[in-house]
Ligand binder design. Structure first.
Ligand code: ADP
Ligand code: MG
Length: 707
């Protein structure tokens, strides 16, 4: 692997001091809070409880003093509404003294609860806009931090009726659910010391960097985050010379700066490298608790954009900025671990540990099989539809990769046959030790949507700009459900070991169809998956209705993740966002065609005709074939493009008149997207035969090789 040599903007020795310097973390709390307050706060954090009002004031004051010393002037409740990005409303610390002076103040009440005027956040009908008020409440399981001279307090966002209006509330609920069910299982295995089980996540983030000046010249990039026009460049990623390639100086400077900003926020930015496509890169953090990892990933995306600007670059996080070039994803590495430091998805040393590992593993297998639809829903978006199944990202079919070794072991357990040909060993759960699995990359299948990588699962279907809250809510909940079913069965068992073996065997038999170790990009897999009865929900419009399927409503309400009303509201929001995004893209397309492309084609064609006429005037036999033929083709293309834009605009009117949101989404998928593809084809052909100086915006070659 080619590791970049980063310019040293930070003295290496300063990194430990720099790390987390903008975070009101445990270290700072211990230092700045009275002992009793610190203890009470820690307890609140560990148990995920609300903060006692009697200590909130003390904590708030210490936080404020710390923040002001670091240059902060404002505070905000930082939350994650369903828009997919984070929201904040800044208030300053100043408080009038009465004599024309001010002091800096921050009360316990202000720390614990905020009331943003939340009427314009999406609620999917949960909160009528006239009762505009939702409230935010501090989530003490995530540390406060300083960003842009503002003390940010991570919060949840709810309506006054108690319904969640954000992504964090259900995420915390799902972590509670899996904690509860996993503890039941651990108890059955005789565990006495574990008091908390958390899921952990390390999200690998892909992104593109292009020159900001070129970005500014493209309305599609500015408004939609992706190009709606553009011919494939002569050189794309076919040579695969970019992956892990030497990092260019400008990019290296960006990465060094980014790392420093992230470290200050206590974010474990670890690995930076080039990705497959030109101008594409990746940043991987070290994993942490899911709640914190989610906050950090949001901050990471925001910081990437900000730091890019500082370097005259634009950071593209959209899932598919360039047609014909790999899009960007996010790999959600996920595992379950105890507060005693045991990774429950890591095969252990003893037969008992291994039996426990196998039980958690089969719970995940069953979960992924039974809730394929929800996993698909959790990554569904208009942008991601361009990636999934496009032979660069996993297909829309959810399956699971376990690798040959582990698959063989499961087969042996299921059939009771010998595990290895060599030693004829029969695997018995709870009796035998599992053989060592290779944990390195050799056994990896990069085409799988959900791969076991030795001690964790890597969920690879996420688009790059997605909040990881959604997929992790689903993962935590579906695995909690299976653990709950397992616990119900095992708690009743007369002979634990026997019941365990039988449960694992049955689960493998009933759910092994979800395991696929082959090439997920192949056409044969699509057919094979259909034979196995696996779902293939190709688009967001097809996937979203599963969110409110009766079996899923039952799941979410049983574990108190979403109420039925919350589910319906989220379904509405997701559908609406899908339609709105496509509408914005279509409108942008029509505007670019009418105001930039068609005039450019016309101008160039007329200059060609003028030249041809001039040639003719000079001499009858001066050939003007290039000019006349190109002008002819351009005229045909502009006529056709014009017609297609009219059709697109007509269809947009039709779409707007469809009242059922599900039907509207289908219409966008079946008509608008097709209209757009057809219009694009004409424009891209015209680009290929037009003089560079006439083309109104930067081409793919310019964009992709601009840095
Ligand atoms: P790659 O997939 O690029 O080969 P690694 O397998 O080393 O890289 O790690 C990928 C990501 O998985 C990293 O962000 C890492 O922190 C994360 N990861 C490692 N262990 C766990 C775990 N137990 N839980 C969640 N994420 C993990
Ligand atoms: Mg990876």
């Amino acid at each position: 692997m080619n590791t970049a040599v980063f310019p040293k903007t930070t003295e290496t020795g300063r990194i430990p001091e720099l790390f987390g310097s903008m975070v009101f973390n445990d270290h700072v709390m211990k230092e700045r809070l009275p002992k009793e307050t610190y203890k009470a706060l820690k307890k609140t954090m560990e148990l995920g409880k609300h903060l006692d009002p009697s200590i909130a004031g003390v904590v708030a004051n210490a936080m404020k003093d710390w923040a002001v010393e670091k240059g902060a002037t404002h505070f905000t409740h930082w939350f994650q509404p369903m828009t997919g990005i984070t929201a904040e409303k800044h208030d300053s610390f100043i408080s009038p003294e009465g004599n024309g002076t001010v002091i800096m103040e921050f009360s316990g009440k202000e720390l614990v609860k905020g009331e943003p005027d939340a009427s314009s956040f999406p609620s999917g009908g949960l909160r009528a806009t006239f009762e505009a008020r939702g409230y935010t409440a501090w989530d003490p399981s995530s540390y406060a931090f300083i960003k842009d001279n503002t003390l940010c307090i991570p919060t949840v966002f709810c309506s006054y009726g108690g319904e969640a209006l954000d992504k964090k509330t259900p995420l915390l609920r799902s972590m509670e659910a899996i904690n509860k069910e996993a503890l039941r299982i651990l108890k059955l295995f005789g565990s006495t010391d574990v008091t908390r089980v958390n899921t952990t996540v390390g999200p690998e983030q892909e992104y593109f960097l292009i020159d900001e000046k070129l970005f500014e010249k493209r309305e599609d990039l500015k408004l939609c985050g992706r190009t709606l026009f553009g011919r494939k460049p002569p050189k794309g990623q076919e040579l695969e010379d970019h992956y892990f390639g030497v990092i260019k100086p400008r990019v290296a400077a960006f990465m060094a700066d980014l790392d420093e900003e992230l470290w200050k926020l206590g974010i474990f930015a670890k690995t930076e490298h080039n990705e497959v496509a030109p101008a594409q890169h990746e940043l991987a953090p070290i994993f942490t608790d899911t709640n914190l990892a989610t906050d950090h990933n949001q901050l990471m995306m925001e910081t990437m954009k900000k730091v890019a600007k500082r370097h005259g670059l634009a950071c593209l996080l959209q899932e598919k900025p360039f047609e014909g070039i790999n899009g960007s994803g996010k790999h959600n590495n996920w595992s379950i671990s105890t507060n005693t430091g045991v990774n429950l998805l890591e095969p252990g040393e003893s037969p008992r540990e291994n039996a426990q590992f196998l039980l958690f593993l089969t719970a995940v297998i069953k979960a992924v099989d039974e809730y394929q639809d929800l996993l698909r829903v959790s990554v569904a978006s208009a942008g991601n539809d361009h990636r999934l199944g496009a032979n660069e990202a996993p297909p829309a079919i959810v399956s699971m990769f376990l690798g040959d070794d582990l698959t063989e072991i499961l087969e042996a357990i299921e059939t009771g046959k010998a595990y290895s040909q060599k030693d004829k060993e029969v695997m018995k759960v709870g009796v035998h030790i599992l053989p060592r699995f290779p944990k390195d990359t050799t056994d990896r299948n990069r085409t799988s949507p959900f791969a076991f990588t030795g001690n964790k699962f890597e969920f690879r279907m996420l688009g790059s700009d997605l909040s990881i809250a959604g997929p992790n809510i689903i993962l935590n909940t579906i695995v909690a459900e299976e653990l709950s079913q397992f616990a119900d069965e095992l708690e009743k068992a007369a002979d634990f070991n026997e019941a365990l073996e039988e449960l694992i065997r049955r689960t493998i038999r009933e759910h092994k169809r979800i395991i696929f170790n082959g090439n997920n990009y192949s056409d044969e897999w699509v057919k094979e998956a259909e034979k196995r009865g696996l779902l293939n929900l190709k688009t967001t419009a097809d996937a979203l209705p599963s969110f409110i399927a009766p079996k899923n409503i039952e799941l979410f309400t049983k574990h108190r993740i979403f109420t039925t009303a919350e589910l319906h509201s989220r379904y509405e929001i997701l559908m609406e966002v899908y339609c709105k995004k496509l509408r914005i893209e279509a409108l942008t397309m029509s505007e670019m065609a009418r105001r930039e492309i068609l005039p450019a084609i016309s101008k160039y064609a007329s200059s060609l005709v003028k030249t041809a006429l001039e040639k003719k005037r000079l001499s009858e036999d001066l050939p003007a074939v290039y000019e006349t033929e190109t002008a002819r083709r351009l005229s045909e293309l502009s006529a056709s493009l014009g017609e297609k834009i009219l059709k697109l605009e007509d269809d947009l009117d039709t779409a707007a008149a469809i009242s059922d949101i599900g039907e509207q989404a289908q219409f966008y998928k079946e008509r608008i997207l097709i209209d757009m593809a057809e219009a694009r084809a004409d424009a891209d052909e015209a680009e290929g035969i037009s003089a560079a100086e006439y083309w109104p915006f930067p081409t793919y070659t310019e964009l992709l090789y601009s840095v």
